[in-house]
Write a protein that binds this ligand. Structure first.
Ligand SMILES: O[C@H]1[C@H](O)[C@@H](O)[C@H](O)[C@@H](O)[C@H]1O
Ligand SMILES: [Fe+2]
Ligand SMILES: [Fe+2]
Length: 316
C-alpha cells in the first residue's frame, strides 16, 4: 500500500508537495514490517526533477549532458562483450591493485564525475553521501543500508590511475547481461548492433549460455563499478547482509529492477532481493541534487559503520 501525504510547501522547497510513504518503509532493524509509518516530516522527499531541472533518467531530452551520455552508451554498447567481461573479472579478481580503507576510497572519488549520468555532474563523493543520508532519514535503524548507500558506487575507483585508469565505458553506466540476447529496454539499445555478441548465435538467443532460473549470481553482467565493488566487499569478507551485496552488484541493472526484464534468469532468492534493490533505487536516483552534505559532520557516523562491517584495510 502506498500512502500519499500532502505536505505543506516549505520555503526553499519549490518542487515537492507530496511525500510518498510506502509499505517499503522499514524502521525496526529487523527488515520488512507490515505497518506503514506515517511520517509527516523529517523523511526523504522524492523530487520531481534532477540537478538540472529535468525529469530523472530522460536519455532523450535535449540537455547539457545529453550528447556526452549518448556517446558514452555508444562506446559502452560496442565494447562490452562476454569475453571482455570474463577477462576483466579475472584481472580484477586478484585484488592486487591497492590496499586501503573504505574511507580512503571515498576520498579518491572526489575528483571523478560520471559521464554516463544525465542527472548529476557533482563529484562522486557527494552522491555517495547524498544517497546514504537520504536512506538514513527514512530507515534510521537499518545501519547496514546506510553503509550500502555510502559504498555502492566505490567501484568507480576503476577510473583512478592506480587502477589502470579504466575508460568511463568500463566503469559506469547501466549494466546488463552478456551471453544472451540484449533486452530492448536497455538504455540506447540501438547501439548494440555494433557489438560482436549481437551476431553470435551462442550469445544472441533468449537464454544464450544460461538456463531457466539459473540465478543472477551465475549471469555474466557487463563490467563496471557494481561487479567490481561486489567482488571487493565479498572477498574482503564484509559482514554486511546478503541484501547489501545484492544491491551493490545489481543497482545499475535497470532493465531488471525497473523494466522487469530477464525474470526468466532469476531464481526465487533473486526475486526476494529485487525488492531491496527497488527500495535502494529510490534513494540512489532521487537524492541526486545540488544540495551539499557536510562531509566532516557526517564522517564519524559512517566511520563507525565501516568499522562494524569491514576490516580496517581492504585489498582492492
Ligand atoms: O549513470 C548512472 C551511474 O553510473 C550510476 O552509478 C549507475 O549505478 C547507474 O545505473 C547509471 O545509470
Ligand atoms: Fe552506481
Ligand atoms: Fe549511485
Amino acid at each position: 500500500m502506498t500512502v500519499i501525504v500532502q505536505e505543506p510547501l516549505l520555503e526553499g522547497d519549490e518542487v515537492n508537495q507530496t511525500q510518498i510513504v510506502s509499505e517499503e518503509k522499514r524502521g525496526n532493524g529487523d527488515g520488512p514490517s507490515e505497518s506503514d509509518i506515517l511520517q509527516l516530516d523529517g523523511g526523504f522527499v522524492t523530487p520531481d526533477s534532477n540537478a538540472f531541472g529535468h525529469s530523472f533518467r530522460d536519455y532523450d531530452k535535449e540537455s547539457e549532458r545529453r550528447a556526452g551520455v549518448q556517446e558514452f552508451y555508444r562506446i559502452n554498447h560496442i565494447n562490452q562483450t562476454y569475453e571482455y567481461v570474463l577477462s576483466k573479472r579475472e584481472h580484477y579478481g586478484k585484488l592486487d591493485k591497492a590496499v586501503m580503507s573504505i574511507w580512503e576510497c571515498c576520498e579518491l572519488l572526489n575528483e571523478f564525475v560520471d559521464e554516463s549520468d544525465p542527472d548529476l555532474d557533482e563529484p562522486q563523493i557527494e552522491h555517495l553521501l547524498q544517497t546514504a543520508e537520504a536512506i538514513r532519514k527514512d530507515y534510521p535503524n537499518e545501519d547496514w543500508l546506510h553503509l550500502t548507500g555510502l559504498i555502492h558506487d566505490l567501484g568507480k575507483v576503476l577510473l583512478h590511475p592506480s587502477f589502470g585508469e579504466e575508460p568511463q565505458w568500463a566503469a559506469v553506466g547501466d549494466t546488463y547481461p552478456l551471453g544472451c540476447a540484449f533486452d530492448e529496454s536497455i538504455v540506447h539499445y540501438e547501439y548494440f548492433n555494433e557489438n560482436p555478441d549481437f551476431y553470435n548465435p551462442k550469445y544472441n538467443t533468449k537464454y544464450g549460455v544460461y538456463s531457466e532460473k539459473c540465478g543472477l549470481e551465475n549471469v555474466i553482467i557487463s563490467w563496471g563499478h557494481d561487479e567490481y565493488m561486489h567482488m571487493v566487499a565479498k572477498m574482503n569478507k564484509t559482514t554486511l547482509p546478503p541484501a547489501a551485496l545484492f544491491i551493490i552488484r545489481f543497482h545499475s541493472f535497470y532493465a531488471m529492477h525497473r523494466a522487469g526484464a530477464y525474470t526468466h534468469l532469476m531464481n526465487d532468492e533473486d526475486k526476494e532481493m529485487l525488492e531491496w534493490v527497488k527500495i535502494f533505487n529510490k534513494y540512489d536516483l532521487y537524492s541526486k541534487s545540488k544540495v551539499r552534505v557536510d562531509v566532516e559532520e557526517v564522517k564519524p557516523y559512517y566511520q563507525s559503520l565501516i568499522d562494524k562491517y569491514f576490516p580496517s584495510k581492504l585489498r582492492w
